[in-house]
Write a protein that binds this ligand. Structure first.
Ligand code: ARG
Length: 458
């Protein structure tokens, strides 16, 4: 009967429930390819220091490649005693190539192995996630570029504030995602640090060349302290916090679009492809895609908070608590990837209703412009704000729109009002007056589109 990898000092059997409790293979098998890659590189480094002969190295590499193929083709058969992906791969390697398989782990520990696998695996995933994020931003930018004619109210406190372009709103969310993209790229050098060669905790006694290992595996640097190399999961936490932030951005965008898709607003309609119906109310078309996008941030931040909680207060180097890093990380990776794809689909296919946006533009959103008009006639803004407010109140009491007040009415509020005041009541002109960087005028939309395209081309 087969022995556990660490069975030598044991006489008693593991409790069956404990065995299942301890076992991570069902989820860490996701890292099978990274584990094989790390082992092949490690075999090379052992050959360089004479622990393996070139022939042994070749046999080990072939064996590991065969194990990898079994995983790829779904043919890998886990054994009951496989504790995790590392023990499973080593067990299978030894079945295929015999006791030579037992040389691979020389000077290595699952402690430096698992930290290496996690970093390798995450680096690959980050590349995928980055592509998904870029595709999402791209769709938003292209849409904004095409739809800059559409004017709508901009809101604060969900109350109509000032006119903007629809593109301006869309691009505001795109800028949040662009800053997430930048942050994601900045994580990479800190993920790309090689722990392999740190051993269990006190480094490698066989003089393996860790810079060679780093080059083999594509790491940017080598963990300079072995205790840190095996013990730190800061890269997991940073990723989880990054994922929390980007899904939080996602939730805010989703909320805008959920509101805009209500019959009451009617600014946009979701495509059928991203909506669902009600089992009782036949008329319903619900924005479930957006609601899930809004909700996922809770789940992702839960992963971040949960693992930070497990991580807090751990003594130095490896402790089994660290195995709790995997499920939150995997779940966050899957969730974030799915969110970017779904959001790309939702935004790429939604229908915009510029007529409804236009209808929502009531004249009161030009009250700031009215105050600005008087500023241009030399009155201090604090006074013009007050005068404009009184104009709003007057229109309200007359049950008319701001632009329906007569010149007489305006003059009763300030002598500085002239004939040209009616020029204020033009939404397009209001938006076009905002020519400073960051504004919703046409040139500034074009500029935003250019800036984001440049970020995407980087
Ligand atoms: N499955 C373990 C984990 O994910 C691998 C490292 C185990 N090391 C150990 N000494 N038990 O953390």
């Amino acid at each position: 009967t087969k022995q556990k990898l660490w069975g030598g000092r044991f006489t008693g059997k593991t409790d069956p429930l404990m065995h299942a409790f301890n076992q991570s293979l069902k989820y860490d098998q996701r890292m099978h390819a990274a584990d094989i890659r790390g082992s092949i590189a490690y075999a090379k480094s052992l050959t360089k220091v004479g622990i393996l002969t070139p022939v042994e190295e070749r046999k080990i590499t072939e064996g590991l490649t065969a194990v990898g193929k079994e995983w790829e083709s779904g043919q890998f058969e886990p054994a009951p005693d496989d504790e995790d992906i590392h023990t499973a791969n080593e067990r299978r390697l030894s079945e295929l190539i015999g006791s030579l398989g037992g040389k691979l782990h020389t000077g290595r520990s699952r402690n430096d192995q698992v930290a290496t696998d996690m970093r390798l695996w995450l680096l690959d995933e980050v590349t995928e996630i980055e592509a998904g994020l870029r595709a999402l931003i791209r769709v938003m930018v292209e849409r904004a570029d095409k739809e800059k004619d559409y004017l709508m109210p901009g809101y604060t406190h969900l109350q109509r504030g000032q006119p903007i372009r629809w593109s301006h709103l869309l691009l505001s969310h795109a800028f949040s995602f662009a800053s997430d993209l930048e942050r994601l790229q900045q994580l990479i050098p800190r993920i790309s640090v090689l722990p392999l060669g740190s051993g269990a905790l006190a480094g490698n006694p066989f003089a393996v060349d860790r810079e060679f290992l780093a080059r083999e595996l594509g790491f940017q640097s080598v963990a300079e302290n072995s205790l840190w190399g095996v013990g730190d999961r800061d890269f997991v936490i940073e990723f989880l916090l990054w994922a929390s932030l980007t899904t939080t951005h996602m939730s805010r965008m989703a909320e805008d679009f959920i509101i805009y898709s209500t019959a009451e607003f009617g600014f946009i309609s979701l495509s059928d492809a991203y909506s669902t119906g009600s089992s009782i109310m036949p008329q319903k078309k619900n924005p479930d895609s957006l609601e899930l996008l809004r909700g996922k941030s809770g789940r992702v931040f839960g992963n971040a908070a949960g693992f930070l909680m497990s991580y807090k207060g751990l003594p130095s180097t490896y402790n089994k608590d660290l195995q709790e890093d995997k499920e939150p990380l995997f779940d966050a990776v899957d969730t974030v990837s799915a969110c970017f794809r779904i959001a790309e689909g939702v935004i790429g296919t939604l229908e915009v209703h510029p007529d409804r946006m236009r209808q929502a533009l009531t004249m009161d959103v030009l009250a700031t412009d009215l105050a600005d008009y008087l500023v241009r006639k030399g009155i201090p803004f604090r006074e013009t704000h007050h005068i404009s407010g009184r104009a709003v109140a007057l229109a309200e009491s007359r049950k008319c729109q701001l632009n329906e007040l007569s010149l007489q009415d305006f003059k009763s509020l300030s002598e500085k009002f002239g004939d040209d005041v009616h020029g204020v009541f033009d939404f397009e002109a209001s938006v076009e007056r905002r020519q400073s960087i960051g504004g919703p005028s046409r040139v500034m939309i074009d500029r935003q589109v250019r800036v984001l395209r440049a970020a995407l081309d980087k």
